[in-house]
Structure formats: structure tokens, C-alpha cells
Design a protein around this ligand. Sequence first.
Ligand code: CA
Length: 252
Amino acid sequence: MNVVLLVEDDVALRWMIHASLRDDDVEILEAGSGEEALRVVANAQPDLVVLDLGLPGIDGLETLRRLRGVSAVPVVVLTVRDALADKVAALDSGADDYVVKPFESEELAARVRASLRRSAPPLPATQVFRTGELHIDLRQRLVTWGGVPVGLTKIELRLLEMLLEDRGRLLTHDELLDGVWGSRPRGGGHERLRVKMVHLRRKLHDDAAHPRVIFTEPGLGYRWIAEVEEVEEVEELPVAGGGPVATEPPAG
Ligand code: CA
């Protein structure tokens, strides 16, 4: 049973969201203000918080900042259309995802389910993934497309790893920069990141204009969108030309 705290002052909208999240496996708590939300989090320790940014009293962003001081609970933020600065501020303040108002209740429900899945105790980490022609073996650090090895640089591989391991979630520019370069390169590094992402995309045969693998959230970051099949065992790869040399002698 997951406990979801819904923070929204608009009672009609709260009711609508409540109805869309209703599920045998979810208990929904409600709060109409940031102050109330902080009290509920302290007392009930929910598994996820849906937080509207437009709240009376302390606003959603301030609520989020205070919340992050005491809890790592996943937070999905509700924000109005085109308020890019708000989205960036929310993600920088520790939101895990955001949904833009007006939204379809199914979309929010799907985001909530995805966040809950991500925050669930990790399953044994699969290291080998397949999507379409793309085959990614993180353990061997081997990526092939159509059976042909794709030569990735260390940075490209790290970006791929981060996106893949957190697939579905928006990874912000800052998260990716921190994850790849550790400390931030001079000048913010956003252009450097963008260039690396162009190279990575090209090597994965993905197209920024019609993305199937990596989706760009303009001004925010990147999201892995491809459906991925997790391959339990390392398979014999039909590696064409180059690639690691098989160490086992041929059978027979
Ligand atoms: Ca509101």
C-alpha cells in the first residue's frame, strides 16, 4: 500500500485528482496548504507527494524547499502552462517530475505510478538492455546497433547510463552535468552537454526532431523515452567487425 499526499487548495481539482489516483493499492491523504502538507509529511511519511505550486500561505516552491530539508519523498509538481522558470525552480528545488496544468488526469496518474515505481526498493539491477536495434550491455560497456559496435566515448557512455537507469524520468541539465563531470565545467557546461547529447543521439540512430530514444525537454533536460527490454543473461552477440574477441574456443 502506497500513501500519496495530494497538496492542492482548489477543492474541485483535488477531488478530480483524488478520483484519478484512487486505486486499491493507494491511500490518498490531502492537504490544502503548504503548512498543512509539511505537518502531514512529518506525521504520516507518505511515499509520494503531488504538490501544486500555486498555494495560499507559503507557496509550493517554498513548501518544496522546506520539505526537502526534512524528507527525500518523491514529489510530482503541478504547475501552470509555460511557466518555464517555475518548472526549472521546482526541479532545482528537488522535485522529481512535473505535470503542466491543465492536464489529463490519466497523465498525472501515470506520472504518479512511475514515480512510485522508481522509488520502490530496487530490483536486482539488470545490466543488459535492448530496444529495437539497440543493444546495451552496461557491464561490458558494450553498445551495438544492428549488431555493430557503437563506439561511445566515456562521457557519452555515462550519459547513456544515467538516462537509461532513470528511464522515463526527466534528468535536468544540472543533474546530468553533475553526474558526468562531477563538478560543473566552467561556463555552466550546458553547451558542452548539448553537443555531447547530439553525438550520443547520432550514434544511437535517434533523431532530435522525431525522437524515439531520448526526448529533449526544452530548457530543462532530457528524458529516456524508448521502451526497453531487460535481457537477463548476456547473449551471444552477432558482433560484426571488431568488438571484443570471444575467449572460449569453438565448440566441438
Ligand atoms: Ca492551486
